[in-house]
Every structure is written in structure tokens, then in C-alpha cells.
Design a protein around this ligand. Structure first.
Ligand code: OKP
Ligand code: ZN
Length: 321
């Protein structure tokens, strides 16, 4: 497995978000990536720093030009953090800082390089340590800590060479990824997440959202009850989601990986103990045997992050312990 990271994510360090009208400390911190890197290095994985920025033409295949212009221009114009819904901003969980545009582009470049490596056929799996995350970013809208949809960028790129399946196991439904591919039959989107009735993103992630037009049947949501999900019931649902992916017979696989299903996550939590990520990863690696991009999404328990990543990687790579 090849691991990709960038240091440019440090350019994006908002101090707070607004929750219920109240400024709340921002949980999507740079230390999250440091912790995953520590786990990768501990396991002896090959880690590569990516320093270049992406070709904007690639990003314009998943986002509208006017949206990318807005993101760029706003960041260039502000001198301090700004939290303000607009037609391009879905909620008060997507603060802009002067460095947000550059950080979001650097994050997307990890997905681009992951795609290049997969197409070069050298790697079974590439783990892109994306930050900021991406799965809430729609074609024309940022929100929920997300600005550029990294998983969609790699899926779009791979879709030119074969059938793609995306499995999203972040605690939150990936409304952005769903929206971007909703009309398409060449990119399947499957998500396992907390029931959006009471959890972000609230308006999407329900079972009846199955795709539109020729995309009908190529979008599948598996919402889980927030309070009562256990590792056992989670794995049962994950097995069903993986079955949907297998039936699609993808040539390429994209995993949107969040560690916010961890039982002690400060903003989310879905009953998964740290060692549970070994079972989750083992089940995924056992079910899907095509070139894979693992795209980091959320997860906010920084103290446990290294252990969550280590458990996931051990399960995925079939390492003991
Ligand atoms: C991004 B990802 C609580 C409100 C937070 C935004 C959640 C964004 C999650 N302070 N709502 O999917 O992990
Ligand atoms: Zn999440």
C-alpha cells in the first residue's frame, strides 16, 4: 500500500464553526493527519509527500467553474476566518480562511495522484490522507468541513477507464458524492452512515434516494440508528453494502473512510470500538479485490486517531494483532 500526504493542509486551520448560533471549536484539526501518518510509519508503509497542485481542468469535471472561482476569490479577499452561508455555502460548518483554497486543492491532488497510481497498475491500494475532507462538497456547494470532493475527483478520473464503485463509511452521509454521480450508471455510490433524521447532513442519506434517470439503482443508502448500532449490527449492514458493490462488478474501487463511527468520537459516534476497524477493514479487503483508492474523510477523536488508523490498516493488510 502506498500512502500519500501533503503538508499544505496546515494552511487551513479554522478556529471555530457555528453550531446553533454559537461559535464552537473546530474539530477538523491538522493533528488528525499527523496521527494517521504516525500509524502508517509505525507499520512501515511507504509514505510519499505530494507537493504539486492539481490541474484545475480535472476539478472542473466535478465542480462548476463558477464555484471554484468563488472559492478561490473569497479566500484571496479575506484576511481572517469567515463563516457565512451563501449560494455556494450550505451551512456554518465550512469556514473560509485565506489558505483554504490552496489546502483544498492540495487535498484533491492526493486523490488525483492516487488515481494515477491505480491506472499505472502498480498498487493494489493507495491511501490518500486528504484534509480537508470532501464528501459533503457538491458540484456547486461547500459544507460540513468540505470544499472540494476528493473521492469524486478520483472516481471521475477512473470512470474514463472502467466501472467505478464508491463505498462511503464515514459516519455522515456523503451528500456531495451522491449529488455529483446521482444521474450516472458508471459510478455507483453506496453509503453506510448514521440515520440523517437526527444527524448531519439531515436532508439526504435516506433509503429511497436510489438515483435518477439512467443513474436509477446506482445510488444506495444504508442509514443506521444512531444510538443502538453495535459492531455486530454495523458489520451486518456493511456486508449488505459490499454485496451491492460486488454485484456492480467495478474495475476500480474508492473507499471514503471516516473514523467518526468510533464509539468515543466527540461529534458523531456509532458504537464502533477501536479494534472494530480491523474487522471492518478485513471485511472490505476480503470482499473487493480491484485497485482501490482509500480517501480520508472525517473522524475527530484525535487522541485515539493513531490507534483507529493502525487497527484499520492491520485489518486491511491482513497483519496480525
Ligand atoms: C464532516 B465529515 C457539531 C456540528 C457539526 C458538521 C459535521 C461535518 C462532518 N459541532 N456538523 O463527514 O466527517
Ligand atoms: Zn463524518
Amino acid at each position: 500500500m502506498l500512502v500519500l500526504f501533503s503538508n499544505k493542509h496546515r494552511l487551513h486551520t479554522p478556529k471555530f464553526e457555528y453550531y446553533d448560533g454559537v461559535p464552537t471549536p473546530y474539530p477538523e484539526k491538522p493533528e488528525r493527519i499527523d496521527a494517521i501518518l504516525a500509524a502508517c510509519r509505525k507499520l512501515g508503509l511507504e509514505v510519499t509527500e505530494i507537493t504539486e497542485q492539481p490541474d484545475l481542468e480535472l476539478l472542473k469535471e466535478v465542480h462548476t467553474p463558477r464555484y471554484l472561482e468563488y472559492l478561490k476569490n473569497k479566500c484571496a479577499e479575506i484576511t481572517d476566518e469567515q463563516i457565512m452561508p451563501s449560494i455556494y455555502i450550505h451551512d456554518t460548518y465550512a469556514p473560509l480562511t485565506p489558505g483554504t483554497y490552496d489546502a483544498a486543492l492540495a487535498s484533491a491532488q492526493l486523490a488525483v495522484v492516487a488515481g494515477d497510481k491505480m491506472l499505472a497498475g502498480q498498487e493494489r491500494a493507495v491511501y490518500a490522507l486528504c484534509r480537508p475532507p470532501g464528501h459533503h462538497a457538491e458540484q456547486d456547494e461547500m459544507g460540513g468541513y468540505c470544499y472540494v470532493n476528493n473521492a469524486a475527483v478520483v472516481a471521475e478520473k477512473l470512470s474514463k477507464k472502467g466501472k467505478v464503485a464508491i463505498l462511503d463509511i464515514d459516519f455522515h452521509h456523503g451528500n456531495g458524492t451522491q449529488e455529483i454521480f446521482y444521474d450516472r450508471d458508471d459510478v455507483l455510490y453506496v453509503s453506510v452512515h448514521a440515520d440523517p433524521t437526527t444527524m448531519f447532513p439531515y436532508q439526504s442519506g435516506f433509503v429511497d434516494e436510489t438515483g435518477r434517470g439512467k443513474g436509477k439503482g446506482f445510488n444506495r443508502n444504508f442509514p443506521l440508528p444512531h444510538k443502538t448500532t453495535t459492531l455486530e449490527s454495523y458489520l451486518e449492514t456493511l456486508k449488505q453494502a459490499l454485496m451491492v458493490v460486488s454485484v456492480h462488478q467495478p474495475d476500480y474501487f474508492v473507499l471514503s473512510l471516516g473514523f467518526d463511527t468510533f464509539k468515543d468520537d466527540p461529534i458523531a459516534a456509532l458504537g464502533i470500538p477501536a479494534e472494530g476497524y480491523q474487522d471492518i477493514a478485513r471485511m472490505i479487503a476480503g470482499a473487493i479485490n480491484v485497485p482501490t483508492a482509500i480517501i480520508q474523510e472525517g473522524g475527530y477523536n484525535v487522541e485515539h486517531f493513531e490507534s483507529l488508523a493502525e487497527n484499520f490498516l492491520k485489518g486491511y493488510l491482513g497483519l496480525s494483532g
